[in-house]
Design a protein around this ligand. Structure first.
Ligand code: MV4
Length: 448
């Protein structure tokens, strides 16, 4: 096992990683920006080192400063968390070139999955279902039109370098194609510096179902079931749960096998997530693979009794997955994560940074809070607005919902507006309670 690990992240995930390292008896060094000098992560880590001013481009994304910090403090590995450098293949390569361990997959796996079009073609080749559409990227609007007429409208144009819905355009009839093709290409070029686009049939009212996977360097790979992340607003997840109300044990086996086929094909090591769309007839289609730990990993931890961050560190150190003796893991009970963002749901989810004047966190049976908030702390405007994750567990979905209501009622964050009020409203919506919510839930309720 490592003696010391550097954390190249901030906020709740930096705190989460510090906790895992403590339990493994591994020393922690956290990097921070000038804005985060007083943060919980800086207070909790064994060591901390400032890597620059607030803007991420000058601190959390500064590869040379982060590598120097690791080398000067004698860290042997770097945990990138999520966001920032976590899916940057060049960073993973630089870490390795400096004799350090990147806690994540090899740069080649990140690269392959980073191109959504290459990932899709790879999955097609090994027999994982993908949405019917173009073979590879499109060369012209004319070609797009031909393929769309064969596949049938409506279709969706997507950016190869994409993710997060950017560079995506729906096309419902032939007359819209030329404009949509041009717009998707231009948006992809502006957002990613890569204008490559491909085409798929549009899946109507899909659910977002993702499978958690974990692989070690000794050739073991397991899946840990699914998370349902269908409640999203403008491609930002608001709530995630496991198991999904839409996934039967038989479907879980088939989706898990598809996810593991992807893992084996790209020689994946570490924690990862394979995203699928699930249509109204329970057909699933590969979307993309996230080669990092995700924000919503705690719901899987609850229903599988695992610690995914500790597993990430173990497999990066060359150790086997710790729970292989348990065989294929079945979910126990039901977990729901509520993302608490410093945003005002009454004002279009507008960011709402500011000082926390009072803080009361819920506790009691089946309640977990991952947060970096402290009374008197000021949420900066500089970064992502996620300030806490409230995660509840119950023996079934009904108990998890009841606990969620109870815990949200206990939660009190004064000084800023948060999405907690949205979640409390959501838990009283009949379509959500019935387990019927799909990706159109937020627009359907007039919240987009
Ligand atoms: C789709 C789709 C319908 N059909 N692909 C959105 C972001 C990207 N990761 C994939 N996305 C979608 N791809 C086809 N062929 C609908 C979406 C989509 C979506 C997916 C998951 C969760 C929320 C979503 C909201 C709008 C659109």
């Amino acid at each position: 096992m490592f003696k010391k690990v550097l954390i190249a992240n901030r906020g709740e995930i930096a705190v989460r990683i510090i906790r895992a390292l403590k339990e493994l008896d591994v020393g922690s060094v956290v990097v921070y920006s000038e804005v985060d000098k007083e943060s919980a992560a800086v207070q909790m880590a064994d060591e901390s080192i400032c890597v620059g001013p607030g803007p991420a481009a000058q601190s959390y994304l500064m590869v040379p400063s982060i590598i120097s910090a690791a080398l000067s403090r004698g860290a042997e590995a770097i945990h990138p968390g999520y966001g920032f450098l976590s899916e940057n293949a060049a960073f993973a390569r630089t870490v390795a070139d400096n004799g350090l361990v990147f806690i994540g997959p090899a740069a080649e796996s990140i690269e392959l999955m980073g191109d959504k079009n290459v990932a899709r073609e790879t999955m097609k080749r090994i027999g994982v279902p993908t949405v019917p559409g173009s073979e590879g990227s499109l060369n012209s609007a004319d070609e797009a039109l031909q393929i769309a007429e064969q596949a049938g409208f409506p279709v969706l144009i997507k950016a190869s370098a994409g993710g997060g819905g950017r560079g995506m355009r729906e096309v419902h009839e032939a007359s819209q194609m030329a404009d949509a093709y041009g717009a998707a290409k231009a948006e992809a070029e502006a957002a990613f510096g890569n204008g490559e686009v491909y085409l798929e049939k549009l899946v109507l009212r899909p659910r977002h179902i993702e499978i958690q996977v974990l692989a070690d360097a000794l050739g073991h790979a397991v899946h840990l079931g699914e998370r349902d992340c269908s409640i999203q607003r403008r491609h930002q997840k608001l709530l995630e749960e496991s198991p999904s109300p839409a996934v039967s044990p038989e479907l879980r086996i088939r989706m898990g096998e598809a996810a593991l086929a992807a893992v084996h094909e790209v020689n994946y090591i570490g924690a990862g997530t394979v995203e699928f769309l699930l249509d109204q007839d329970s057909n699933f289609y590969f979307m993309e693979m996230n080669t990092r730990i995700q924000v919503e990993h705690p719901v899987t931890e609850f229903v599988t009794a695992t610690d995914l961050i500790k597993e990430q560190v173990r497999v990066a150190a060359g150790e086997p997955i710790s729970f292989l003796g348990r065989g294929q893991i079945e979910p126990l009970g039901h977990a729901i994560e509520f993302r608490i963002n410093a945003e005002d749901p009454e004002r279009g989810f507008m960011p709402c940074p500011g000082k926390i004047s009072a803080l009361r966190l819920p506790a009691g049976p089946g309640v977990r809070i991952d947060t970096h908030l402290m009374p008197g702390y000021t949420v900066p405007a500089t970064y992502d607005s996620l300030v806490a994750k409230l995660v509840v567990w119950g023996i079934d979905r009904a108990e998890a919902i009841a606990r969620g209501k109870r815990a949200l009622d206990e939660l009190c964050i004064e000084g800023i507006q948060t999405t907690a009020s949205f979640h409390r409203w959501l838990l009283d919506q009949p379509d959500f309670v019935a387990g019927e919510a799909c990706t159109d839930f937020i627009p359907k309720h007039g919240l987009e």
